[in-house]
Design a protein around this ligand. Structure first.
Ligand SMILES: [Zn+2]
Length: 259
């Protein structure tokens, strides 16, 4: 299988070597490694160069952090356009749902507009480079992101670890956007409901590692092989055997990222 979304560069580097060596015996052939900012992109690029074909890099700016300064953003965009080697996708990009919610809970203001402008810039770059996009866009933010994707005529959009309102789900299905499920599909009823109704041909599996999970994964360091449990649970909801589920999710991931 292929882990469709992992923050590989955030693991301890000795742990990465160990993890990557044991991937084949655990049934994992590749990882879609997303990045947070320019430093993170450069670390991801190093991993992709060290493990060609296994680490498939995505470059971008994660929205759940302070905005980049103008010169930082310029450097990142230039690096992505001219200096980075070939890469699989633009990501992780999106809107800061959790940062905004936490700011409001503290009674602070939060201006989302500059994040929308940044996303607009990133989508423009993705469109120009003909790359798919990996999105952090949950709840009502998904609707703003749908507007921007439609504006840029971007077809290949992956809403990772998605949860959101009915209106967004229907629009994403109509537009053929992909979503992915994490190990929380084993124990979150809300996610299982979404899995039952989202078209199987638009679904992938991911860990978002090293993010830790609960339920049967509590206390375990997040490993790409956990997507095989995701596949088994997702497959059971649709009446597929675990091996059929793995086959479908892998084929979807290969198709979406053109791996
Ligand atoms: Zn992520």
């Amino acid at each position: 299988m292929i882990d469709a979304h992992i923050h590989l560069e955030q693991y301890d580097w000795e742990a990465i070597d160990h993890m990557l060596k044991e991937l084949p015996e655990k049934g994992i052939e590749a990882l879609l490694a997303v990045s947070m900012n320019l430093e993170s992109c450069i670390r991801t690029e190093k991993l992709a160069a060290k493990y060609p074909g296994i680490v498939r890099p995505a470059y971008g700016f994660h929205p759940e952090q302070p905005l980049p300064k103008a010169d930082e953003l310029k450097a990142l965009l230039e690096w992505m356009e001219y200096s980075a080697g070939d890469f699989a996708a633009v990501g992780e990009i999106g809107l800061p749902y959790y940062s905004r919610t936490e700011a409001f809970e503290r009674g602070e203001d939060f201006d989302t507009e500059p994040y929308i402008d940044l996303l607009d810039t990133m989508l423009g770059l993705a469109s120009r480079l003909a790359k798919p996009v990996v999105l952090h866009a949950v709840y009502e933010d998904a609707l703003i992101v749908c507007d921007l994707l439609e504006k840029h005529e971007i077809q290949r959009a992956h809403f990772h670890w998605f949860k959101g309102p009915e209106e967004a789900i229907l629009r994403m299905i109509a537009n053929g956007y992909y979503i992915s499920f994490t190990p929380d599909i084993l124990y979150e009823a809300e996610i299982q409901e979404l899995a039952m109704r989202y078209p199987p041909e638009l679904v992938m599996a991911e860990t978002d590692g090293p993010w830790p999970f609960e339920g049967p994964f509590a206390g375990h360091s997040t490993h790409p092989s956990m997507i095989r449990d995701v596949a088994a649970t997702w497959g059971a909801l649709h009446g597929y055997s675990p091996s059929k589920a793995e086959e479908i999710l892998t084929a979807n991931t290969v198709k979406f990222f053109t791996l």
